[in-house]
Design a protein around this ligand. Structure first.
Ligand SMILES: Nc1ncnc2c1ncn2[C@@H]1O[C@H](COP(=O)(O)OP(=O)(O)O)[C@@H](O)[C@H]1O
Ligand SMILES: [Mg+2]
Length: 361
């Protein structure tokens, strides 16, 4: 069942936290709402769940308007960051509780709980109380409780944020697997770009109550629609620098730090302002010999080993530093001369006035 929202707005008093959103969450897809804390992700999810009323706009499930329906009548399941389990009930009772209140007979319930417990590999824990479970096991019980009801729509609000890093990585895979098994439309909220990029079919990048870009993880990474998305997605963050659009030998060039770089042919410069913001990911910057034609010389400002890679920050103009992510064998000495070169096929260009990416041919 797909979920469509139309002109959806929400204000708390004078604080407008969602600004007329229009979007469709396609059937059976895993869609993530990704954005910084306070951008309105939870509010949007709670409105889809029916826990919060919209100030304006409409919500449709499979073409039917659901705004007037209470959460219990929407056939949704929701997993929160703090997955409150009933402390006095054992795991089986916790998972089966939603079925019990719906009057499903005991034998039927036991069978459904058994299937879900097997999928989540918690079959051996069914008789335990929540206090005797680890954080990861509790989270699985919370997921089981949501799964067992065969919801049309599965809503998750930062369900992994209370887990340690290793378990989070495991649970990312499990949640994705679970989504594929369940064949349910899933809407997932996180501020963690790694979760969003690894698990989602589609990512809605949000900022200040507005969806900045709604696209596949690849598109959001390779073709960020604006400066916000470009800066928010990717680690370490994209380098930005001001560049002047000019001409050399009849060809358009970008002037930066005293150099003239040819504008890559993929950009449509018609209507482009003369000052642009150039963006390049650290993964697309390399250290170059200073005499190379595309090299931008500078001095090493900082280096940092991050496992198999090393980050080398080169100052190419006063207070203008470019980070290169290179293999860890490559070393650079602080304050030594160094030059960077950009993989121009991976360059991003933005209009600094609007923040929007320049159109591509
Ligand atoms: N019940 C509420 N009353 C007043 N303001 C709220 C309420 N819930 C959320 N907000 C405000 O709405 C904004 C968005 O919050 P939220 O949806 O929780 O963001 P996110 O989940 O992206 O961190 C925040 O500024 C928050 O303070
Ligand atoms: Mg939230």
């Amino acid at each position: 069942m797909d979920v469509r929202i139309e002109g959806l707005s929400k204000s708390f008093g004078s604080n407008q936290v969602l600004k007329s959103l229009d979007m469709t969450f396609p059937e059976r897809r895993f869609v993530t709402l990704l954005g910084p804390s306070g951008c309105g992700k939870t509010t949007l999810l709670r409105m889809i769940a029916g826990l919060e009323r919209a100030t304006a706009g409409a919500i449709y499930f499979g073409g039917n308007r659901v705004d007037h329906l209470s959460p219990g009548d929407r056939n949704i399941a929701m997993v929160f960051q703090s997955y409150a389990l009933y402390p006095t009930m054992d795991v089986a009772q916790n998972i089966g509780y939603g079925l019990k209140v719906r009057g499903i007979p005991k034998a039927d319930r036991a069978e459904k709980v058994g299937v879900v417990a097997r999928v989540l590999e918690i079959g051996q824990l069914l008789a335990r109380k929540p206090r005797a479970l680890s954080g990861g096991q509790r989270q699985r019980v919370a997921l089981g409780r949501a799964m067992v009801r065969k919801p049309d729509i599965f809503l998750m609000d930062e369900p992994l944020s209370n887990l340690d890093a290793k378990l989070r990585a495991t649970m990312r895979g499990e949640l994705k697997r679970f989504h594929l098994d369940l064949e349910t439309t899933s809407i997932y909220v996180t501020h963690d770009q790694l979760e969003a990029m690894t698990m989602s079919d589609l990512v809605a990048v949000m900022d200040q109550g507005v969806v900045q870009q709604f696209a596949t993880p690849e598109e959001v990474y390779d073709r960020p629609a604006n400066l916000f998305v470009a800066g928010f997605i990717g680690s370490p963050p994209m380098n930005f620098a001001e560049a002047e659009l000019g001409e050399a030998a009849g060809r358009p060039v970008l002037r930066i730090a005293g150099r003239a770089l040819p504008v890559p042919p993929q950009f449509d410069l018609s209507g482009a302002p003369s000052r642009l913001t150039l963006g390049i990911r650290p993964q697309d910057v390399r250290l170059a010999a200073p005499e190379a034609p595309d090299a931008i010389p500078g001095t090493v400002w900082m280096t940092e080993l991050i496992g198999s890679e090393r980050l080398i920050e080169v100052e190419i103009a006063p207070r203008l530093r470019i980070t290169a992510e290179v293999r860890s064998e490559i070393r650079a000495e602080l304050n030594a001369p160094a030059a960077v070169a950009f993989d121009m096929a991976k360059l991003h260009l933005f209009d600094p006035g609007t923040g929007r990416a320049l159109p591509r041919r």
